[in-house]
Design a protein around this ligand. Sequence first.
Ligand SMILES: *[C@@H]1O[C@H](CO)[C@@H](O)[C@H](O)[C@H]1NC(C)=O
Ligand SMILES: *[C@@H]1O[C@H](CO)[C@@H](O)[C@H](O)[C@H]1NC(C)=O
Ligand SMILES: *[C@@H]1O[C@H](CO)[C@@H](O)[C@H](O)[C@H]1NC(C)=O
Ligand SMILES: *[C@@H]1O[C@H](CO)[C@@H](O)[C@H](O)[C@H]1NC(C)=O
Ligand SMILES: *[C@@H]1O[C@H](CO)[C@@H](O)[C@H](O)[C@H]1NC(C)=O
Ligand SMILES: *[C@@H]1O[C@H](CO)[C@@H](O)[C@H](O)[C@H]1NC(C)=O
Length: 358
Amino acid sequence: MASFAIGAAVVLLLLPLLHHQVHGGLVGIDIKDCDVSHGNWVFDDSYPLYAAPSCPFIEKEFDCVGNGRPDKNYLKYRWQPFACSLPRFNGSNFLSTYTGKNIMFIGDSLSLNQWQSLTCMLYTTVLGTKYTLVRKEGLSTFTFLEYNLSVSFSRNAFIVDIVGTPDGRVLKLDSISAENEQLWLQNDVLVFDSWHWWLHVGRKQPWDLIQVGNQTYKDMDRLGAYEKALTTWAGWVDTKVDSNKTKVFFQGVSPDHSNATEWGDPQAINCNAQTEPLPGPDFPGKPHPAEQVLEKVLRTASRPVYLLNITTLSQLRKDAHPSVYGLGGHRGMDCSHWCLAGVPDTWNVLLHAALTQN
Ligand SMILES: *[C@@H]1O[C@H](CO)[C@@H](O)[C@H](O)[C@H]1NC(C)=O
Ligand SMILES: *[C@@H]1O[C@H](CO)[C@@H](O)[C@H](O)[C@H]1NC(C)=O
Ligand SMILES: *[C@@H]1O[C@H](CO)[C@@H](O)[C@H](O)[C@H]1NC(C)=O
Ligand SMILES: *[C@@H]1O[C@H](CO)[C@@H](O)[C@H](O)[C@H]1NC(C)=O
Ligand SMILES: *[C@@H]1O[C@H](CO)[C@@H](O)[C@H](O)[C@H]1NC(C)=O
Ligand SMILES: *[C@@H]1O[C@H](CO)[C@@H](O)[C@H](O)[C@H]1NC(C)=O
C-alpha cells in the first residue's frame, strides 16, 4: 500500500489494523513502504539545491559561505534512503501545487532555519519573482505574489502559552491561546517544532513558574513538562484541526553537536572544524530522549500528524553547523543551527515529498 500520500492519511484512519496499531496518529513519510529516514549521506556534485548568494534575504546567522566558511564539501551531500529514492525538490511543482495557499512554520529558531530554507529553495527556482517579506513582532510572512502563496514563520518556542501574572511569567502546559489558534487555523499546512528552549535555565529561561491545571510549580522534570505540553498540543490537533483542510507536520527534534564525546570522537570537542558527515545509517550515540517523547505523544493523536523524522539523518551531520561561521562574535560557537544551503533543505525535501506526491 502506498501509505505515503496526504490523501492516504484518510485511508490510514480507515485501516486501523494496518497502521494505528503501530503508529496511532503518527504518520511516517514513506514511499511505497520505504522508510525515507533510514539511509545515508552520499556525495552528489549536483548539490547544493541553491547557491546562498542567489537568496537575497538569507539571514547572516545561516549564511556560512558568506561568512567565510572555507570548506565546501559539506554543501554536496544528498540524503539517500536505502530502499527508495526521494523525488528531487521541484520548486515549480511545489509553487503550482500550493498556489493560493498558506503554509506556516511554528516554533523556535530551528523552525526559522527550515522556513528560511524553504523560502530560499522556492525563490531560487523562480529567480526574480515578486515577493514581499513582512516582519511583525514574532511573525515573518514571505509571500510569493505571483503565486498568492504565503510561507510564514511564527516564533513560538513552547507551542503552549506563557502568560504574565502578578506572580511572574507562567508557562501553562495545558493551554493554547485562542489568538494562536486563530493564527494557525488559517493555514493549509502547519509545521510545528519545539524542544531546545525546554532545557533553558537561569537568565535564558523565559518563565518563572509552570502551571498544570490549578497547580503551579517552581520547576519540574523538563522532559516531563515537554511531554505534557506536546500532549496538550496533540489534543488541540485532534479537536480543532480540520484534517481535510489543514495538513499537520511536526519537525522531529533537531540534534546539536556540542559534545563530540556523544559520537565517540576523541579528536574533536564539538562541531568545530568538522568537514565530513558520519557514515550512516546509525548514529553512534544514544537515541535522542526528546525525540522518543515526541514520537510517543504523536502515536496517541487520533488525527494524522506527519513526523518529519529528521533526527537521525541530522545527527549524522556534525559537519553542517555554522560553528564560527554563523553570528560568530555575537554567539560564539554555533553547533545547533544549520548552514544554508544545507541540512534543513533535506527536511524540506521530505516535506515536499509528502505534500506533492500521490
Ligand atoms: C525515525 O528514523 C529512525 C532512523 O531511521 C528510526 O530508527 C525510527 O524508528 C524512525 N521513527 C519513526 C517514528 O518512524
Ligand atoms: C517540475 O514540475 C513541473 C511542474 O509540475 C514540471 O513541468 C517539470 O517537468 C518538473 N521538473 C522536473 C525536473 O521534474
Ligand atoms: C489568494 O489566496 C487567498 C487564500 O489564501 C484567497 O482568499 C484570495 O482570494 C487569493 N487571491 C487571489 C488574487 O487569488
Ligand atoms: C484543583 O483541581 C482539582 C480537580 O480539578 C480539584 O479537585 C481541586 O480541589 C483543585 N484544587 C484547588 C486548590 O483548587
Ligand atoms: C473529511 O471529509 C470527509 C469526506 O468529505 C468526511 O467524511 C469527513 O467527516 C471529513 N473529516 C473532517 C474531520 O471533517
Ligand atoms: C559529553 O558527553 C559525554 C557522554 O554522553 C558526557 O559524559 C559528558 O559529561 C558530556 N560533556 C559535557 C561538557 O556536557
